[in-house]
Design a protein around this ligand. Structure first.
Ligand code: NAD
Ligand code: ZN
Length: 354
């Protein structure tokens, strides 16, 4: 990931933790202390893998275990982490390691961004979805008033994506992360998009296939982040499917459905709008719906609620300005653009989606 003033590498594979003893030995030894913030479930399954690799590199890390998944992105857990590292005498020269999915990565990144005004951190992501979230430097926690509303941009020093850890991922989390892969394809490459939709056993792929495909997704994200780190322009394209998807997620109370499952519904919504404002064919939208249903992505939310249930959340989107809703649509596959849409148009697209 090449940014204006810094760069870092993203590694993917089953031997990436060996890099602690080689490529990253110097980075680790430049720290007076190393702290791991670990998702509780991930720690239970996989902590020895990480700790053994760190020990090989001569590191004895301090460990802070946090609640699994989204439960860790609270102000309470955030303060608890800060206090813990203060009590352990961490300094500006210390380094944190995030060990978990996107939620743990977002929390750890924000703890690192703000601990003594900012220290370094390493991402060791453990979900498919975190091929998206671990790259790009967005960090945040949630407030009762809204998700990701307190945060900052803080880039990791490295991202080490260990593919063996996926073996314990529940099928729903697998589906969730693969939805973001489809998003990366839709906004960047028509041929790749068709390949994904026609892939057999899409939600139970081999590790080799996953490694190659996630790397492609990471490259899309890295290129966009390099071009527009602070989301003034093209980084908005990564939000494809998310304006309506976030509304679905909010109505379902963060937990009923996974993030990626909500984004799939959001992508169908955006494809329907793209038929109107771009050149997407309805046959493609239908192929995507068939693909999603065949792979177990649920569509109940569309039938269980009226447009009015989703609208307030669409208007609350961070990308909405002055009450206008901005959607990422596709001129064609691989060609995203920003389109402002009025409430009546949004309503009409919802009716079509239904
Ligand atoms: P998650 O971190 O909430 O993890 C989902 C569940 O999977 C949790 O219960 C967790 O304990 C479990 N889990 C994680 N790894 C596992 C493993 N290897 N084996 C077994 N269980 C495992 O989910 P996620 O989908 O990775 O991340 C979602 C979060 O990412 C959201 O908070 C979202 O806001 C954030 N996000 C951030 C960005 C960004 O750019 N910073 C981008 C997209 C999403
Ligand atoms: Zn997402």
């Amino acid at each position: 990931v090449q940014l204006a003033d810094l760069q870092y590498d993203v590694h993917i594979g089953s031997d990436v933790y060996d890099l602690f003893s080689t490529k990253y030995r110097q980075l680790l030894s430049s720290a007076d202390q190393i702290g791991i913030i670990a998702d509780e479930t991930v720690a239970k399954h996989h902590l020895p893998v990480l700790c053994n690799a760190l020990q090989q590199a001569g590191v004895e890390p301090k460990l802070k275990v946090v609640p699994s998944g989204e439960q860790c992105k609270t102000a309470e857990v955030y303060i608890d982490c800060q206090s813990y590292f203060l009590r352990e005498n961490f300094t500006r020269q210390s380094i944190l390691i995030a060990f978990g999915g996107g939620a743990c990565g977002d929390l750890t990144g924000f703890v690192a961004a703000t601990y003594m005004r900012g220290i370094r951190f390493i991402q060791c992501p453990t979900t498919i979805l975190s091929h998206d979230s671990a790259v790009g430097g967005k960090t945040a926690i949630n407030l009762p008033e809204g998700k990701n509303m307190v945060g900052s941009f803080h880039q990791p020093s490295a991202v080490l994506f260990h593919t063996d850890l996926f073996q314990t991922l529940p099928p729903r989390e697998m589906r969730s992360g693969l939805a973001e892969l489809v998003k990366h394809a839709f906004i960047s490459d028509a041929d790749w998009s068709y390949e994904l939709l026609r892939k057999e056993n899409f939600t139970s792929p081999s590790v080799e296939w996953l490694s190659t495909e996630l790397l492609k997704g990471i490259q899309v994200k890295a290129d966009i982040v390099a071009e527009d780190t602070f989301e003034h322009s093209s980084r908005k394209f990564l939000n494809f499917g998310h304006t309506f998807g976030h509304a679905v997620e909010a109505v379902y109370g963060y937990g009923g459905l996974s993030h990626g499952e909500c984004v799939v519904i959001g992508m169908v919504y955006s494809l329907i709008a793209s038929e109107q404002y771009g050149e997407i064919e309805s046959s493609f939208t239908n192929e995507f719906i068939d693909f999603a249903k065949a792979n177990g992505y649920p569509f109940e939310p569309v039938h269980e609620h009226s447009f009015e249930a989703f609208l307030p959340y669409m208007l609350k989107d961070k990308k909405a300005t002055f009450g206008n809703m901005h959607f990422i649509l596709l001129q064609n596959l691989g060609l995203p653009f920003v389109q402002q849409m009025t409430i009546p148009v949004c309503h009409q697209i919802f009716d079509e989606l239904k």
